[in-house]
Ligand binder design. Structure first.
Ligand SMILES: C[S@@+](CC[C@H](N)C(=O)[O-])C[C@H]1O[C@@H](n2cnc3c(N)ncnc32)[C@H](O)[C@@H]1O
Length: 295
């Protein structure tokens, strides 16, 4: 399912709040601008990637984790950057007869995939199946030969995206890392290290400011803990901007403290980013942390 511009229909029965929402949607340039991503948030990631010297598309990126990934806008951006799909704005790749061709390299890939699945038996997750993928992504954009591993995690189910392993789990539960790890250690990345961790996770607003800030801090700490165990260090990559974490947080002095005490000592560059595509009235911001020192 793709992100479509909202049809603006203001009826007499609509409540003022929903009228305001529809009116805001109709004015939003990011809603109007493009129609192909599942979520408006895809534009935030594109913007942050450009600010961060296009870290997503570096040729040595082998593994990317997208946390809080549903419905999948960020994962679509990453899949395109790693060559698994065309940019959602590009025209369709395959003719309909090509799409249904089940022979040659595509068949071989499916056999490899089946072997891989057999090895991972017992692990509950939805993995990327190059032949049985459903949904518009595959129908419209076709199969490409991408590189690297992309793993997307969310409490909610994520519809399949070419080249992306999806896991439905609570990242804050201890089981989540057990589900992620088997997917990471693959040929070319035997240590199962991660190059980029993206987190757009946010708990539903409780209406209580203190609780919302605590939740944001809990999520940021969990992401940082995962980075400590799994992120490839700058030295291992051989350049200072390797090992990237991008995490959403709510602006608050406690989160600033987290930045100073945890992020700054461990990364070469830590930047606060408020993308233009993030609504100005929202308290959300992002820490873009580049160059994990691996201390
Ligand atoms: C703003 S949305 C993410 C949008 C996504 N980046 C995209 O481009 O489609 C935030 C997501 O975080 C997820 N989330 C919140 N807490 C989570 C948790 N503990 N574990 C996994 N996902 C979580 C929510 O279910 C929600 O789908």
């Amino acid at each position: 399912m793709f992100f479509r511009p909202t049809v603006v229909l203001l009826s007499k029965t609509q409540k003022p709040a929903s009228k305001a929402w529809v009116a805001r949607q109709s004015r939003d340039p990011y809603v109007k601008q493009r129609q192909s991503y599942r979520a408006r948030s895809a534009f935030k990631l594109l913007e942050i990637d450009a600010l961060g010297n296009y870290f997503l598309g570096k040729p040595d990126v082998k593994a990317v984790i997208d946390l809080g990934a549903a419905p999948g806008g960020w994962s679509q951006v990453v899949a395109a950057k790693l060559g698994w799909t065309a940019d959602p704005e590009d025209p369709p790749l395959l003719s309909s007869s090509q799409k249904h061709n089940n022979q040659g390299p595509r068949k071989e890939r499916h056999d490899d995939w089946k072997k891989d699945q057999a090895m991972r038996k017992g692990v509950e997750m939805r993995s990327f199946d190059p032949l049985n993928i459903e949904g518009e992504d595959f129908e419209v954009y076709g199969r490409r030969d991408g590189r690297g591993t992309i793993i997307s995690v969310d409490l909610l189910k994520i519809q399949p995206i070419q080249g992306v392993h999806t896991i439905q789990a609570d990242f804050l539960s201890p089981q989540a890392t057990n589900l992620i790890h088997p997917l990471l250690a693959v040929k070319g990345n035997p240590a199962g290290k991660v190059d980029i961790i993206l987190s757009d996770m946010a708990a539903n607003s409780s209406g209580n400011d203190v609780r919302d800030i605590e939740s944001s801090l809990e999520i940021c700490n969990a992401v940082f803990g995962f980075a400590q165990d799994n992120l490839r260090s700058a030295e291992q990559i051989g350049r200072k901007k390797g090992g990237v974490v991008l995490m959403k947080h709510f602006t608050h002095p406690l989160l600033h403290e987290f930045r100073v005490n945890k992020l700054e000592p461990n990364f070469y560059h830590v930047t606060y980013v408020k993308p233009y595509s993030s609504r100005s009235e929202s308290r959300e911001g992002y820490f873009l942390c580049q160059g994990w020192k691996g201390i």
